[in-house]
Design a protein around this ligand. Structure first.
Ligand SMILES: N[C@H](Cc1ccc(I)cc1)C(=O)NO
Ligand SMILES: [Zn+2]
Ligand SMILES: [Zn+2]
Length: 289
């Protein structure tokens, strides 16, 4: 059941979150020439995030950070796990994708900064993590943060990882995907996609916004196809949601081009901060029961 009954745990974490750290993470990730799943810089970006999350997790014996090796290409996904103190085999998964691409003339050395798609999602998750750690938050269920490799070439990294969870004895309570969080293209703040997602979990997310982010407006839209990694999880029967930055009609025109830069997402991360806060509220409410 989706109870909202951990306000004393959620609010201090949200209060400590800001856009400056998100900005820095977006700038760091979009500084790689590209994060293509087959390029050296795509491997380097994975290694950078592995080191960054590993540094953040130092001093927490309940946290592991690993790289997940995929068959057929060198870019690894990065998986961080905060072990639940009471129900470690029940998991909440927060995801974003690590890789970037150009819609045309892609090559191992092409310039594909992917600031919005999807450095913004990785940065939003990283800020949620930072604030939870600063508060010393310990979940009862396990919380997993995943930066997927190879999303742009057919949701390949998330397919491997979702399948691994399916084969393990993890009960997955809920999955959240953040793919593009920093380009505010439309009137509402957060758009919940209604296709390839779970309607009950979407309703829970809307309640979380009302409870913790009351000045934000929620809209609904459809992608029309399996448009990000949430579809890999939904296909295996796990409840997923994808809060998105804009409406379908007004999504970021720069994605999959060399123009997908932080400057072209507005030059600030205030929009991405909304998604970071929603992700933290989702993780703590589901992780604390
Ligand atoms: N297709 C998705 C981006 C994408 C997702 C939703 C909408 I509306 C428009 C565009 C992608 O490129 N993910 O990496
Ligand atoms: Zn994309
Ligand atoms: Zn994407």
């Amino acid at each position: 059941s989706y109870a909202i009954d951990n306000r004393e745990l959620v609010e201090p974490v949200l209060a400590r979150m800001g856009d400056k750290n998100i900005e820095q993470t977006i700038l760091s990730l979009s500084a790689f020439p590209n994060r293509y799943y087959k390029s050296q810089s795509g491997v380097d970006a994975s290694n950078w995030l592995f080191a960054t999350w590993g540094e953040m997790a130092k001093g927490r014996p309940d946290i592991t950070v690993e790289q997940f090796t995929h068959a057929g290409y060198p870019q690894k996904s990065v998986v961080l796990r905060i072990a639940g103190s009471e129900k470690p085999n029940e998991s909440i998964v927060l995801g974003a994708h690590l890789d970037s691409i150009l819609m045309s003339r892609m090559s191992d050395t092409a310039i594909a900064p992917g600031a919005d798609d999807d450095a913004s999602g990785v940065a939003s998750l990283t800020e949620a993590l930072r604030s939870m750690l600063e508060r010393g938050y310990r979940p009862k269920r396990s919380i997993h943060l995943v930066a997927y490799a190879a999303e742009e070439v057919g949701l390949r990294g998330s397919q491997d990882i979702a399948r691994t969870f399916k084969q393990g004895n993890n009960a997955v309570v809920g999955v959240l995907q953040l793919d593009m969080t920093n380009y505010k293209g439309a009137a509402n703040d957060i758009y919940l996609f209604t296709d390839y997602t779970d309607s009950k979990q979407n309703a829970f997310l809307a309640q979380l916004v009302s409870a913790y982010l009351p000045d934000l407006k929620v809209g609904y839209d459809k992608c029309g196809y399996a448009c990000s990694d949430h579809a890999s999880w939904q296909a295996l029967g796990f409840p997923t949601s994808m809060p998105f930055e804009s409406s379908f009609a007004r999504d970021n025109p720069a994605i999959h081009t060399a123009k997908d830069t932080f400057a072209n997402s507005g030059g600030q991360a205030a929009h991405a901060l909304k998604f970071a806060r929603l992700a933290a509220a989702f993780a703590i409410e589901l992780g604390s029961d």
